[in-house]
Design a protein around this ligand. Structure first.
Ligand SMILES: Nc1ncnc2c1ncn2[C@@H]1O[C@H](COP(=O)(O)OP(=O)(O)OP(=O)(O)O)[C@@H](O)[C@H]1O
Ligand SMILES: [Mg+2]
Length: 291
């Protein structure tokens, strides 16, 4: 992963222009030929070909016949480069989370503030799959879906934060990369014992209630998406799939599923009993706003 930081530094100006043009042109899922990139990047085709061959050598684009596809490593480099240029991040560190649909990396800004960068990887495919050309045509649409997911989670975090929910602060968005506050903690699933599990459960329920009051349901809540920090505070993460509590047709079912996951975990792991109906009533209770 430090390798990517190296690529970002080494990336030539013309290579960035070519990557950006490729990102602009990838809408239709076809590979993009050198001539189209040259027009969009306002560069000579020879320079474009040269930049593409260098990008291809480093695995940042994928060559298919006469054309090229942008692939995740290229999009990563573009996003990192943009975040560095905007002064959002100064360095990239450890890999802290690998999920089905995202890689999360540590980063730091120029003042030494720790950040977490979540790169969405929806539909991630292996090189073997690319070689089989199974989903090469789909790669572009997956990249677009990842960018859309990053945007959705960014907006969700902003709304939740404004509503007082304990979520990491959303710092910036670049393509499929979401930069947020770093939480120094562990996932609840990794906690074998807690000093006061009843209190932690109440804390989680209060956050679900605040989100629900703001019109949002996580729809992916579990012990894997709650962080417990070194001060004993809980943080709810992973919101790209969150839904509107008022208009989504399955809002009630999804809210109940979230609650069931949490209550089951606290019962099995810590022996804490909490009635599901009581939890539903609690989180649906919206205090009337003060005039
Ligand atoms: N702000 C953060 N601070 C510290 N660690 C984080 C932060 N956000 C995520 N992580 C770590 O990265 C892991 C993955 O993050 P997240 O749950 O958001 O994505 P995901 O699980 O890959 O997505 P999906 O559930 O769609 O597969 C988390 O379990 C957590 O360990
Ligand atoms: Mg997760």
């Amino acid at each position: 992963m430090l390798g990517i930081a190296g690529y970002v530094r080494d990336l030539e100006y013309e290579e960035v222009r070519v990557l950006k043009a490729l990102a602009r042109l990838m809408r239709d899922g076809e590979s993009v030929d050198v001539e189209r990139i040259a027009i969009s990047a306002r560069m000579h085709t020879d320079r474009v070909s040269y930049a593409l061959s260098r990008l291809n050598e480093r695995g940042l684009v994928h060559r298919a016949g006469r054309g090229y596809h942008l692939i995740y490593p290229g999009l990563d480099v573009l996003a990192l480069r943009e975040l560095a240029d905007r002064g959002i991040i100064a360095s990239i560190g450890r890999h802290i989370g690998v999920g089905k649909e995202a890689d999360v990396l540590e980063a730091m800004d120029e003042h030494g503030r720790m950040l977490a960068v979540k790169f969405f990887r929806i539909g991630r495919i292996s090189f073997r799959d690319v070689a089989r050309k199974r989903t090469l045509r789909d790669v572009h649409s997956w990249l677009l879906i990842s960018m859309e997911s990053a945007r959705r989670e960014f907006q969700a975090l902003r709304r939740l934060r404004a509503a007082g929910v304990s979520v990491p602060e959303a710092v910036a968005l670049a393509r499929h990369a979401l930069v947020m506050e770093y939480i120094d903690g562990v996932r609840l699933v990794e906690c074998s014992a807690l000093d006061d599990p009843e209190h932690v459960l109440e804390d989680v329920l209060e956050n679900i209630r605040l989100a629900h009051t703001a019109g949002m349901v996580s729809a992916d809540l579990s012990e894997y998406n709650i962080l417990y920090d070194t001060n004993g505070r809980v943080w709810i993460i992973d919101w790209p799939q969150s839904i509107d509590a008022r208009t989504h047709p399955n809002a009630r079912t999804l809210l109940e599923r979230d609650l069931k996951n949490i209550l089951r975990f606290f019962r099995k792991r810590f022996g804490v009993e909490y009635d599901l109906n009581k939890a539903i009533v609690y989180v649906s209770m919206h205090p009337t706003p003060q005039p």
